[in-house]
Structures are given as structure tokens and as C-alpha cells.
Design a protein around this ligand. Structure first.
Ligand SMILES: Cc1ncc(COP(=O)(O)O)c(C=O)c1O
Length: 366
């Protein structure tokens, strides 16, 4: 295998060169609490149901390019009509589709800009860069709330095409104040606000109805956090006429027939099982959070999501080593600015996994 640099490297968009491809840790520790997935495997009944449905598919044919049955199931779930839903291979692809569709620079500018708070979901920045847009990052304020004044300044200075607000936010876990979000949305009617509800099932709150209220709001969702990360199903609900434009950019066969069917089943027949698991995760979140509060030197920030951000007062390295030795993976943000560099993010696991986490931390810190 040749390792000489490609002669075509000069053709790459300059923002691509410094990026690193997403390579998950190849070590698969027994207790994986680093990716905000659901810790619950599907039941045998659910697996049988999926197997039966998938066996009926005509895999020699292309899938339904409209993904009609899936979009109808999503609309039944979040509100609106199926034409308002643009699906994708996970919300990652939806983000990319939006970046491609809404990419025209404002008059007098050479690039479109994309605004989001920081820290937040890393794909907003990466996708902005790979699409040649200018990412504009505004630091969150106290208790990880939106800094309304700074966001308003950035809206007026940069006139972004897109704003991404993950609520609840990753990796901080908190929801943003709906009144602040409304004021931002109303201040910039010519910017699309993408309200990313990847973790909303764990908060019990949704702003999905805002799509009917505002012409400049889309609400994004995914099945990745509620038990179907492997199926790669994401979507955005947009105002009807904008959805029709954005859908032109989506690859017609992005979601294969098995994915479309898995998504449909997830939102219908399998939904009672998935939502029972969401409830179990919420209960465990309360228990783990209370137990962490008893341990010296740790602060678990309040969370509406399926994970906790935990600040560590001293020797984060020793905490990471102890967790790794116990076979527990969590997410660290070593090169991030304060306060993230002194924290780790841990997904809520099954009760026995959470017990192992708490026992390890308690042994080290008590
Ligand atoms: C806020 C947020 N949005 C979207 C995603 C991506 O979800 P998907 O698996 O649907 O691409 C994540 C995944 O971590 C996330 O944290």
C-alpha cells in the first residue's frame, strides 16, 4: 500500500485537510457509556417482528425514493404531514443535506455562515467546514444557558443561513430556555433555526409544534438515542414549501428499504418497548445523578438527556484510569476549553452498568 501523498491533495477543500476522519475507539470495553446510545438491546419479540418484516422486502428493487411509509410514521409521531418531513441516514445526513441546500452566500459575502453555541454537537462545525461554510461559535453562558446578547450580536453581524440549537444540548445535557429561543428566532426571520431534538425523548418536552408557528424553524429528530442507532434514521420537520426544496437535495435512495422499514416499525409497533426503555433510562438518570452528588470532588450537571456531564475537581486522569481499568468507557474532552477539559460525559446504562460506574468512582474517591 503506497503512503506517498496523493497528487490530487491540492484539489481538496482546504478545510478538509486539518480534519480527522471519525474513527471510534476500536477497543470495545464491556461497559460502553461513551456514545449516548440506548443500553437496552431489543427484546426477542421485537427482533422476530423485524425479521418477519424485513423478509418481505423486495431487495432486488430500489427502495421507495419518497420513503413514504417512514415519513408518514414520523409525521404521525411528531406532527405535521408526511411532506413536511425530510428523512436522512441519521440526523448527521440531515445536517449535511441542510448545509448543501441552504448554501447561497448572502449578497456581498463569499461564504454562507452557520451559527451554533459551544460546546455543542461536533457535527455542526465539521459539516459547516466540509461544505465550505463559515462556522460561527458563541460560547454558552452560565449553567450552559444560551448567551442571548452574544447570540443576537452574532445573528446581526454574520447573518447566518443556519442556526443549530440542540435542546437538550450535547454534551452539557440541559435544555435551552424556550423564551430565549423564541426571541432569537423572531430576531432573524431570514435564518433557518434548526432545533435539534435528538435527546428530547429524555426530557419529555418538544418544540415540534413551532414548525407550524414559524416559517424559519425546523425541528430535527432521530431514533439513534432511543434504541435504534444501528438503523440510522433521522429526520427534520420543516415548513412545507421549504421541505419540498430541501428534499430535492436529498439523495433519492439514501435510506435503504431495510432502514425505512426499521424506522417505520420503531415508531409504530416497537414504540411501546422503546419508550419503556426511555422511562427506565430517566429513572436511572435520577438515581445515578443523586449517587454522584454524594461523592467528593464530582459535580454531575443537571441533565434532561440520556447522559450526564460530570466535572471533576481534582485528578481527572486518575478517574479516567480507574474507569478504563474497570472496563467502562466514557467520553472525555481533553483538548476542549474549560470547563469541559475537566469533565467527562457518561451515558446512562443499564442498572448493573451504572452500579459498576458508581462502585468504581466510590472506591477511588470516598
Ligand atoms: C445533538 C445531536 N444531534 C444529532 C446527533 C446525531 O444523531 P444521528 O445518529 O441521528 O446521526 C447526535 C449524536 O450524538 C447529537 O448529539
Amino acid at each position: 500500500m503506497s503512503t506517498t501523498p496523493s497528487p490530487l491533495v491540492g484539489l481538496l477543500r482546504e478545510e478538509v485537510l486539518p480534519l480527522r476522519a471519525y474513527v471510534p475507539d476500536p477497543k470495545r470495553p464491556p461497559i460502553r457509556l461513551d456514545a449516548n446510545e440506548s443500553p437496552y438491546p431489543l427484546s426477542d419479540e421485537a427482533r422476530d417482528r423485524i425479521a418477519q418484516s424485513l423478509a418481505q422486502l423486495s431487495l432486488e428493487r430500489y427502495p421507495d425514493a419518497r420513503a413514504f411509509a417512514l415519513r408518514q410514521a414520523i409525521a404521525d409521531h411528531v406532527g405535521g404531514t408526511w411532506e413536511e418531513i425530510v428523512p436522512g441516514c441519521g440526523s448527521d445526513e440531515v445536517i449535511s443535506t441542510l448545509m448543501t441546500a441552504l448554501s447561497r452566500p448572502r449578497p456581498g459575502r463569499t461564504r454562507a455562515s452557520v451559527l451554533f453555541p459551544t460546546p455543542s454537537f461536533v457535527m455542526y462545525r465539521i459539516s459547516s467546514l466540509t461544505h465550505g461554510h463559515t462556522p460561527v461559535e458563541v460560547a454558552l453562558g452560565e449553567d450552559f444557558a444560551l448567551d442571548e446578547a452574544a447570540m443576537l450580536r452574532a445573528l446581526s453581524e454574520h447573518a447566518p443561513n443556519l442556526v443549530f440549537l440542540a435542546t437538550p444540548n450535547n454534551p452539557t445535557g440541559n435544555r435551552f430556555d424556550p423564551a430565549v429561543m423564541r426571541r432569537l428566532i423572531e430576531a432573524a426571520p431570514e435564518t433557518l433555526f434548526v432545533l435539534d431534538e435528538a435527546y428530547a425523548p429524555f426530557s419529555g418536552e418538544t418544540v415540534s409544534g413551532w414548525v407550524a408557528e414559524y416559517a424559519n424553524v425546523g425541528v430535527m429528530g432521530t431514533l439513534s438515542k432511543v434504541g435504534l442507532a444501528g438503523a440510522r434514521i433521522g429526520w427534520i420537520r420543516l415548513p412545507l414549501t421549504l421541505a419540498a426544496e430541501v428534499d430535492k437535495v436529498r439523495q433519492p435512495f439514501d435510506l435503504g428499504a431495510p432502514s425505512q422499514e426499521m424506522g417505520r416499525l420503531g415508531l409504530t409497533t416497537l414504540w411501546p418497548e422503546l419508550s419503556a426503555n426511555v422511562e427506565a433510562i430517566r429513572r436511572e438518570r435520577a438515581r445515578v445523578s443523586a449517587a454522584l452528588a454524594e461523592l467528593p470532588g464530582l459535580k454531575a450537571h443537571p441533565s434532561d438527556a440520556n447522559f450526564l456531564l460530570v466535572s471533576v475537581a481534582r485528578d481527572l486522569g486518575a478517574v479516567m484510569d480507574a474507569l478504563a481499568a474497570a472496563g467502562i468507557s466514557v467520553r472525555r474532552f481533553a483538548s476542549a476549553p474549560a470547563p469541559l477539559d475537566r469533565a467527562f460525559r457518561v451515558s446512562i446504562g443499564q442498572p448493573h452498568e451504572n452500579d459498576a460506574l458508581l462502585a468504581t468512582l466510590s472506591m477511588l474517591l470516598s
